[in-house]
Design a protein around this ligand. Structure first.
Ligand code: PMP
Length: 418
């Protein structure tokens, strides 16, 4: 008879206090109050291992990649290419050739527009975007429309901040060449049904680009399972350094594309008459890349993977529900968006207080929140608000920090008599 195996109970909750110990910047007072860092949609804090990885590279291995046989250059190249393998695993890209290092989501989207877009979109074609896009996934396509004579189309929003999927089939035509949309709104927190939209795009022969700036840092994202054509994201929003990030592209698409920037490293051979291109992914990595930063992004990916993206997502879901409940108790406070599937980005206004004034009072209380249009002016116009205040959560945030936010808002209300 086989004896029963007792499996240990799986802990889904994060040990947030232990995680907080990893982030030196969280342990400071701002204006005499403990910092509550709630501006993670703009950029995340960095764990010590990531800070150390970048410093370690400069202290020991600093050399240019791919270009020399000397030991330091070999070490730098190994670490840089090793980071690419880590990012490949993190998003489940099938091959490392599909992972192009970029300075972030903005650069990745521009790369696609300038190369795939210029090569494939012509007058009479259509580009489908949504009304909730960040300027980074809006303005590059507007440029492409100007250059090519293509028409921009937009999927609108329902009152709860979800996309009007009921309009999708009517907006997609045989002329639609690309559907570009965010996985998660950086204003409303809405998590869009990526697989469904990508499948609809593919049915009319369009390619799908997903802006993963707000999803890849916060939830498991599987490029193959979602059948993405392109996925752009930024390292600095996922515990990595500024100047790091990646563009995932299906290999056959990247192979058919012209280079983006031209210069060193992206060529195979150069004569005075012309040049031929390097293999993927280096064809798209002209010049000296952000070596230290991409290596440290690899460390950030290890850090998040060790914790587990399911657990990160679960923690943020729980804390978002808590924050929405607590903010709901404040009279005159309106949260924008109430999608059933949403992440930890919460934008709101308080009647009678300008969001910039509110953010200033919050800062006096040690609470780092953001006020403005969050690079989504068309969405704010749609909301009928020039600006909003935004609190955005990450794996290290706590209920106590949400309470600090709520206290700060109540104080502002007293201060402004609102
Ligand atoms: N898309 C979305 C949804 C974002 O939130 C951001 C950053 N706020 C970006 C794109 C641009 O990211 P980056 O500035 O790192 O290129």
């Amino acid at each position: 008879m086989t004896s029963a195996v007792v499996l240990p109970t799986k802990t889904v909750g994060l040990d947030v206090e232990r995680i907080r110990d990893d982030f030196p910047a969280l342990h400071q007072r701002v204006n005499g109050k403990p910092l509550a860092y709630l501006d993670n949609a703009a950029t995340s804090q960095k764990p010590q291992v990531v800070i150390d990885a970048e410093r370690d590279y400069f202290e020991h291995d600093n050399a240019n990649v791919h270009r020399a046989v000397h030991t330091l250059s070999s070490r730098a190249t190994l670490a840089y290419e090793g980071a690419r393998d880590k990012v490949r695993r993190f998003i489940n890209a099938p091959v490392r050739e599909s992972v192009v290092f970029t300075r972030g989501a903005t650069e990745g989207i521009n790369l696609v527009v300038y190369t795939w877009g210029r090569g494939n979109v012509q007058e009479g074609d259509e580009i489908l975007l949504t009304e909730m896009e960040h300027h980074s996934n809006l303005v590059p396509w507007q440029l492409l429309a100007q250059w090519s004579g293509a028409t921009l189309r937009y999927l609108g929003l329902r009152p709860d901040g979800t996309l009007r999927l009921e309009d999708l089939d009517a907006l997609l035509t045989r002329r639609t060449k690309v559907v570009a949309f965010t996985h998660m709104s950086n204003v409303l927190g809405t998590i869009n049904p990526v697989a469904e939209i990508v499948a609809a795009a593919h049915r009319v022969g369009a390619v799908a680009l997903v802006d993963g700036a707000q999803s890849v840092p916060h939830m498991p994202v599987d490029a193959q399972a979602l059948d993405l054509d392109f996925l752009a994201f930024s390292g600095h929003k996922m515990c990595g350094p500024t100047g790091s990030g990646a563009l995932y592209g299906k290999r056959h698409l990247l192979e058919a594309m012209d280079p983006f920037l031209a210069g060193g490293d992206m060529i195979s051979s150069v004569s005075l008459e012309g040049a031929t291109w390097n293999e993927l992914p280096w064809k798209f990595e002209a010049g000296t890349p952000s070596i230290a930063q991409q290596i440290a992004l690899g460390t950030a990916v290890d850090y998040l993977s060790d914790i587990g993206m399911e657990a990160v997502f679960a923690h943020e879901q729980e804390l978002t529900a808590y924050a929405l409940d607590r903010l709901g108790s404040i009279p005159g406070l309106e949260v924008y968006g109430s999608a059933p599937q949403r992440g930890g980005v919460i934008s709101f206004n308080v009647e009678g207080i300008h969001p910039h004034d509110l953010a200033q009072v919050l800062d006096q209380e040690g609470v780092a929140a953001r006020a403005g249009n969050h690079c989504a002016q068309p969405l704010h116009r749609r909301l009928g608000q020039p600006a909003s205040c935004r609190a955005s959560l990450y794996l290290y945030n706590t209920e106590d920090e949400v309470e600090a936010l709520v206290r700060g808002i109540r104080l502002a209300k007293t201060f402004f008599g609102a």
